[in-house]
Design a protein around this ligand. Structure first.
Ligand code: X2X
Length: 346
């Protein structure tokens, strides 16, 4: 009898709690007061700006239910950008705008975008991210344990160094070049005769300043916002060998904790922010005369534009690396990418 009464009262309490819970806004049940967004660089860069635009749009579209704080400098993982994907999966990070390069150690297919000289122009990048390959890649990311929502762009990674103008693979011989976290970059620069050294972005900047490394590769928007000309990077070679897209993602559990309407708001915000971010990242590079390059030359940087024949020498030297990595990334996926690029609208 006593047990029955206890059970009954428990049931009553539980029902009351459920009813009360249902009456409360979702936020009070399981929304965090703040979500943590990881970024490699801050809002002075198109990439960080993209994160800020996303966060603002989310706040607006969810009437403040989802409140996001930016953590530039990948500070949630002590500056080690190659750990960002694992941290996202584990929930150390709630959401991120991340580079395909930094997640390549965990998701090997993302190396696709780092295949040397795969994407000859912006239309080629779009053909991949906005086409079938982009959809395949989102499925791969989903299977790897995150929720991908939209594409952004870091940009074409151009070569700079403090020593000499680079026009031929021979000019790269012996130069110590800082590269990012995927072994593909070590292979590419080794094939070109350079001396690649893998380093985080946080460690790279003091290494340029001290002269511990001679050169690096990064998009022009990173070069200007980080003022790399002030740390000796006075020689620039435009070779457009690789471009890294950015991906707007959310941790799986965080995603599941939101109402369907809020999820849709976050997705829409990411798509809009991605479009805006890509436009900012390309600014000065897609207009006639590429005004950003003139600004860079005005900083005292020697800008080397390669002739098609000169560029071809770099393509040729890296072909074996392309072939090797095509197998590692997956022949089918890479062939699909090659076909999408061939069929692109220019
Ligand atoms: O580390 C880099 O070079 C950077 C900032 O471009 C990336 O995070 C991929």
């Amino acid at each position: 009898m006593k047990i029955r009464r206890t059970l009954l009262s428990l049931a009553v309490t539980a029902t009351a709690a459920l009813t009360l819970g249902a009456a409360l806004p979702a936020q009070a049940q399981n929304y965090k007061s703040e979500y943590r967004m990881s970024l490699v660089v801050g809002t002075a860069f198109p990439w960080g700006k993209g994160g800020e635009i996303w966060a603002n749009k989310v706040k607006e579209k969810t009437q403040g239910r989802i409140n996001i704080k930016l953590y530039p400098g990948v500070s949630l993982i002590q500056g080690d950008q190659t750990r960002e994907f694992s941290a996202l999966r584990q929930g150390v990070i709630d959401m991120a705008v991340g580079s395909t390069i930094n997640w390549s150690p965990q998701v090997k297919q993302l190396n696709l975008f780092s295949l040397p000289f795969l994407m000859p122009d912006y239309a080629a990048i779009d053909a991949l991210t906005q086409g079938e390959v982009g959809k395949d890649m989102f499925k791969i990311l989903e299977n790897a344990g995150v929720v991908p929502l939209a594409w952004g762009e870091n940009g074409y990674r151009e070569l700079t160094n403090s020593k000499r103008p680079v026009r031929t693979p021979d000019d790269l011989k012996g130069l110590k070049i800082r590269v990012v976290g995927s072994p593909l970059f070590v292979d590419t620069f080794s094939a070109l005769g350079a001396n690649p050294t893998q380093m985080s972005w946080a460690d790279a900047q003091p290494a340029f300043a001290s002269g511990a490394v001679d050169g690096q590769e990064n998009p022009m928007s990173i070069f200007t916002a980080a003022k790399l000309h002030t740390v000796g990077q006075k020689n620039l070679t435009l070779w457009g060998y690789v471009a890294d897209p950015l991906v707007f993602v959310v941790n799986k559990e965080v995603w599941a904790s939101w109402t369907p309407a809020d999820r849709e708001a976050v997705r829409q915000a990411a798509i809009e922010a991605g479009k805006e971010e890509i436009a900012i990242a390309r600014k000065g590079l897609v207009e006639p005369g590429q005004p950003l390059l003139k600004d860079i030359a005005a900083l005292g940087v020697n800008v080397v534009q390669l002739s098609p024949a000169e560029r071809e020498a770099f393509v040729k030297a890296t072909r074996p690396i392309y072939a090797k990595w095509k197998g590692q990334i997956g022949n089918e996926l890479v062939s699909k990418a090659e076909k999408s690029i061939e069929a692109r609208k220019k």
